[in-house]
Design a protein around this ligand. Structure first.
Ligand code: MTE
Ligand code: HPA
Ligand code: MOS
Length: 797
């Protein structure tokens, strides 16, 4: 058992390798300043599905026993990035064994456009194709392989049109999916004029494939009287329901969508699961059979959207100490061929351009560019990372220009507590813990001493250079689409005292069901094992929001807590009647219900209550308080609170090959009072490593025809076990959420992703140790990009 596998149930909430013995130990963090709790929440319960997942018995959509007569679909993909679709010749495919039919746009009974927000995306390409991999139709066959082979034999007659393949070309052509948005505070032009120094630069940051372990899949089963049951691997069952109903031209109430769990979503199944469900439903509708559609990995890469690549031009002013004085920024998002969620993604990038820093005079122009590539979508951080990476790049550049410690420059620009605390979108930062958090990490990671040691080491090492960097994160929690910040839940208590909870969220590995069950167990004073969370189902909780924006627990665990509280109140009233006391005197703990006179087992009270016709189930509803903002100016309070964190990363580069390695990572992250420390630490680790992949090895390459050439793990490199830093130490900030949030916790799903920006900054420090001048290092920092950064003393154009 290595140090990182130690049980974490008791003892301090940290996962630590020992720091290097040569360094002085720093006192451990104090435990959370909250009352000691003896219940289910606040402990490292294993994930509710962990055992089943390890045993291979956890059910995913493709594991559901199939109904006799089930047919299989495979997509027909455009082979041209932009063109006029003149004809589809499916004769050869239809003649192949097992092939039943070909489904095209003419088979759509409802709207030929998907029910997306912007309503700009065809279900199947019709007159034009807009990217290589766009779905033109489906082949339906009696086996998966028959369908896939036949789909390759469908001939598309396409007249090629000029294609726009990257964001800079789209900008030049003013090719947009949505109009630009301009945000301004103060007078950036004036500030830049009077600033002692200015710096201008450009940056490009790549996209990212979600690479969920379970690919996109939908299984559509027709029911009686034009009703539909859909098993979908989706973060948003309600939207799948709505899209399918819209495409079939029927009412939402006739479509039921169920999702027990996903094998990862990471944002990639927020909208894009809907496409598969709609496609499979159209085939099932025409053929009156159950139809399953699962994309193979290569097709998943070719068809579905990814993280938005961004390009930036900036001019920044600053004084001799590195304090910012004016920023003019152009940020352009590569949205692909349709809008999808690009509006809110680009908005979140604007909201996170400040990251942790006070931007007094700032002017941002945000472009939402249309290109002939896959339609980019939500991905962990949802535009936030693309905002944060830019300001961290700028602060690193300023420090290197002024020959200052980048950490000093970062600290100098942090939001203040009582001053310099209004964001560029006019929200007051009320819960700022950045200063103490950064200082603590600086100490515990031994930043100063290691920085000196690294600098000395670099002077003696001609080929290998090391770098170290600390970057903070401040991430806004709430959906930027304010209406999504609502949730519902149902809690059922059965007559044996066992409890079922159902809520509008979805489980994608993040541990939402585990946390919800912990909260419900404590509300009823029963054991975690007595509470079962069941599959997300549109017929149980209607109109549920996507499980996204990291808000799954904040929203659904609260709704479930309220539902459980209603049942508990009913039981308390009942016991008060039995024991002639006030209901307020009845308490629930340890599987018992206590009154001043008696303590009775929970199941016994439940049985008695049932016999006395007391309601043993309830709904619960929650909506996030305090949030509001103006969608046109992007000003107000879009976020209920902020989640904070910081990471210290040390890297080494080989200046001859450009190869790099992450050596050591220390993280101090704020999850408020943790509902489940093991799950939260897992989210921090996973988020960080996924962010590291985005910024280092994961490169999407489209060729000059617009073909994505990196569409499998052979060419697209996500981090592997060997890439995990040998020293990977995570501590949790010991303070409850200052806003009233469930259990005093904070959202954790996305914020740690941005901690990986410390890796990119450390790489730049290593490059800077090898040569003079400003470092321009585009992301991902592949070996080629690191070499380019080493070779170009001037910013490249
Ligand atoms: N963790 C796992 N294991 N799998 C996932 O797909 N998605 C991330 C994050 N952590 C994801 C994950 C994303 S993009 C979000 S928004 C949150 O989980 C969503 O879940 P939550 O709101 O319940 O944290
Ligand atoms: N995050 C994730 N998904 C979303 C958001 C958001 O802020 N807004 C709308 N969909
Ligand atoms: Mo997460 S990108 O909000 O699904």
């Amino acid at each position: 058992m290595n140090a990182r596998e130690k049980p974490r149930e008791e003892g301090p909430i940290s996962r630590a390798d020992n720091p290097s013995p040569a360094l002085t130990p720093v006192p451990a963090l104090q435990p959370p300043a909250t009352p000691q709790r003896s219940g289910a929440a606040g402990r490292s319960h294993p994930h509710e599905s962990a055992r089943a997942q390890v045993a291979g018995s956890a059910t995913y959509v493709d594991d559901i026993p199939e109904i006799r007569g089930t047919l299989y679909a495979a997509p027909i993909l455009s082979t041209v990035a932009h063109g006029k679709l003149l004809g589809v010749d499916a004769r050869a495919a239809l003649a192949m064994p097992g092939v039943r039919d070909v489904i095209l746009a003419r088979d759509i009974p409802g709207d030929p456009l998907l029910a997306t927000f912007v309503h700009d995306e065809p279900v199947f390409a019709t007159d034009t194709v807009q990217h290589i991999g766009q779905v033109v139709g489906l082949v339906i066959a009696e086996s998966v392989m028959q369908a896939r082979r036949a789909a390759r034999k469908v001939k598309l007659q396409i007249e090629e049109l000029p294609a726009i393949l990257n964001v800079r070309d789209a900008l030049k052509a003013e090719s947009y999916v949505l109009p630009p948005v301009f945000v301004k505070r103060g007078d950036a032009a004036q500030a830049l004029k009077t600033a002692p120094h200015t710096l201008s630069g450009q940056l490009e940051v790549g996209g990212q494939e979600h690479f969920y372990l379970e690919g996109q899949v939908a299984y559509v089963v027709p029911q009686e009287q034009q009703q539909w049951l859909i098993y979908s691997s989706t973060q948003h069952p309600g939207e799948v329901q709505h899209w399918v109903a819209h495409a079939l031209g029927i009412s939402n109430h006739a479509v039921r969508v169920e999702c027990r769990r996903m094998g990862g979503g990471f944002g990639g199944k927020e909208t894009q699961a809907g496409h598969l469900a709609v496609w499979a439903a159209l085939a099932a509708h025409k053929l009156k059979c159950p139809v399953k559609l699962r994309l193979d990995r290569d097709d998943d890469f070719m068809v579905t959207g990814k993280r938005h690549p961004f390009a930036y031009d900036y001019t920044v002013g600053f004084d001799n100490t590195g304090r910012l004085a004016g920023l003019k920024l152009m940020m352009a998002a590569n949205c692909g061929f349709s809008a999808d969620l690009s509006g809110p993604v680009a908005d979140r990038a604007i909201f996170h351009t400040d990251n942790a820093y006070f931007l007094e005079d700032v002017e941002i122009a945000s472009y939402r560019c249309k290109t002939n590539t896959q339609s980019n979508t939500a991905f962990r951080g949802f535009g936030g990372p693309q905002g944060v990476v830019l300001i961290e790049t700028i602060l690193g550049d300023i420090a290197r220009q002024l020959k200052l410690d980048p950490l000093d420059v970062r600290k100098r620009n942090l939001y203040g507590v009582d001053e310099r605390n209004i964001t560029h979108y006019q929200m007051k930062v009320e819960d700022n813990i950045l200063q103490p958090l950064l200082s603590k990490l600086e100490l515990t990671a031994h930043y100063q001493r290691r920085r000196e040691a690294i600098s000395a080491w670099n002077t003696k090492s001609p080929v290998i250079k090391r770098g170290i960097a600390i970057t903070p994160v401040k991430f806004g929690i709430s959906f930027t689409a304010t209406l999504f910040n609502q949730a519902g839940a149902l809690v059922h208590v059965y007559t044996d005292g066992s409890v079922q909870v159902n809520h509008g969220g979805t489980e994608m590995g993040q541990g939402l069901n585990t946390k919800v069950a912990q909260i419900v167990a404590d509300e009823l004073g029963v054991a975690f094992e007595d509470v079962l969370a069941t599959a997300s189902d549109t017929s149980k909780i209607p109109n549920a929001s996507a499980t996204a924006a990291s808000a799954g627990t904040d929203l659904n665990a609260r709704a479930a807590q309220y539902a459980a509280r209603n049942v508990r109140d009913n039981l308390a009233q009942f016991v008060a009647g039995l024991d002639a006391c006030g209901a307020g005197a009845v308490t629930f703990s340890g599987g018992l219900i206590h009154s001043p006179k008696n303590s009775r087992p929970f199941p016994e009270v439940v049985r008695l209550a049932y016999a006395n016709r007391i309601q043993l189930w309830s709904d619960g509803f929650y909506r996030t308080p305090k949030i509001h903002y103006d969608k046109t100016t992007l000003t107000g309070r879009p976020f209920y609170y902020f989640a904070y964190g910081a990471a210290c990363s040390e890297v080494a580069i080989d200046t001859l090959t450009g190869e790099s390695r992450v050596l050591k990572v220390d993280i101090l992250h704020d999850v408020g009072t943790s509902i489940n420390p093991a799950i939260d630490i897992g989210q921090i680790e996973g988020g960080f490593v996924q962010g590291m992949g985005w910024l280092t090895t994961e490169q999407l390459v489209w060729n000059d025809k617009g073909l994505l050439t990196t569409h499998a793990p052979s060419t697209y490199k996500i981090p592997a076990t060997g890439d995990i830093p040998a020293h990977f130490k995570i501590d949790l900030w010991p303070e409850a959420n200052r806003e009233d949030n469930v259990f005093g916790s904070k959202a954790v799903g996305e914020p740690p992703f941005m901690l990986a920006i410390s890796v990119l900054e450390a790489l730049k420090e290593a490059v800077a140790a090898a040569r003079e001048g400003v470092v321009r290092l585009d992301a991902p920092a592949t070996a080629e990009h690191v070499l380019a950064a080493l070779k170009h003393p001037e910013p490249r154009r």
